[in-house]
Write a protein that binds this ligand. Structure first.
Ligand SMILES: [Zn+2]
Length: 320
């Protein structure tokens, strides 16, 4: 059985608070809020299953609740900018007053859309490979996730910082799957020190021209211990106006990977952030729809499926 797996890292400003100011990136965050209902509409139209890996802080109803959580999870990163508390002076009182840091209304919208899985992107957008933090801080973070009310079984590590030593704790707290990285050195180790300019350049080129392969895989090759690794095949980069001419190459690269997966009964895992659609939203949605039309075609021709991460976990339970 072949399938497209989709996962989205839903974080609003919590994914970038240490990288950009609101002045620099705020428009993308507000744009993400407008893009999410439209992405859900497309998923509904094409019968798409997707995992929404949500930053736990977005669930908080107000600043007071957020602060009470953060008081219990103080993470001593060497680089203090990673700690969300550092950003606290910029956080408003609630979602109405501060659409950058709260997201309850959007979480409800996702929950109410059929075939959408609520997963986690940790509570604090936690960096599992950065120095200063350790497993006990991570455990506290995941305990906060457990208290939010949604039963989550799928995890996406923030900045794709997969820490194999933390997987047992994930299992103990009820998680059953995570999104691993592509098997190529350019997609390995995303810490602030090891994510070099060369790797970033290679990843950029690889979005248009096949230099590292399609990263498709079969169900039987999925590692299941201690929890299932459902690796990424491709990051869906945002539309680039300057390189409009290359957009067809980017689309062809993804379609070729999907066709290969469908023909060989393999899985293809595509992921992005809603804020990647926050600018040039129309072009990004059109691009996504081209992919979904191709899925439609592959479904008819090869019985290709659409799955979220929990669907995969459930199938793995049956076959292993
Ligand atoms: Zn993230």
């Amino acid at each position: 059985m072949g399938a497209l797996i989709i996962s989205l890292d839903f974080e609003l400003n919590w994914g970038v608070h240490d990288v950009y100011t609101i002045e620099e990136y705020g428009a993308n965050i507000l744009g993400a809020r407008l893009a999410i209902p439209q992405i859900l509409q497309l998923f509904l139209k094409y019968d798409i299953h997707a995992t929404w890996a949500i930053v736990g802080m977005l669930y908080c109803k107000d600043k007071q609740e957020l602060l009470s959580y953060l008081n219990t999870i103080d993470i001593p990163y060497d680089n203090t900018a990673f700690n969300p508390v550092q950003n606290f002076s910029k956080v408003g009182d609630n979602e109405t007053l501060d659409p950058y840091h709260f997201g309850n209304s959007l979480i409800s919208m996702i929950r109410e859309t059929p075939n959408q899985e609520i997963g986690t992107h940790t509570f604090t957008h936690y960096y599992c490979l950065e120095t200063g933090q350790s497993i006990e801080h991570f455990e506290k973070d995941l305990e906060a996730v457990s208290s939010l009310g949604d039963k989550v079984t799928s995890l996406v590590f923030p900045r794709n910082q997969v820490n194999p030593d933390y997987l047992l704790v994930c299992k103990e707290l009820g998680l059953e799957a995570y999104r691993g990285n592509e098997k190529s050195w350019v997609y390995r180790s995303y810490t602030s020190k090891t994510n070099t300019r060369l790797k970033r350049l290679c990843r950029l080129v690889d979005a248009y021209i096949n230099i590292t392969g399609h990263h498709t895989y079969s169900l039987k090759d999925i590692e299941t211990v201690p929890i299932a690794n459902i690796p990424s095949s491709r990051f869906l980069r945002p539309y680039n106006k300057r390189w409009n001419i290359l957009e067809q190459l980017r689309l062809r690269r993804i379609k070729n990977g999907l066709t290969k997966a469908a023909k060989k009964n393999e899985l293809y895992h595509l992921w992005w952030h809603p804020h990647n659609f926050g600018k040039n939203t129309k072009e990004n949605l059109e691009f996504l729809e081209e992919i979904l039309k191709h899925i439609n075609y592959l479904t008819k021709k090869y019985n290709f499926q659409s799955m979220h991460m929990r669907d995969v976990t459930e199938v793995l339970k049956i076959i292993t």
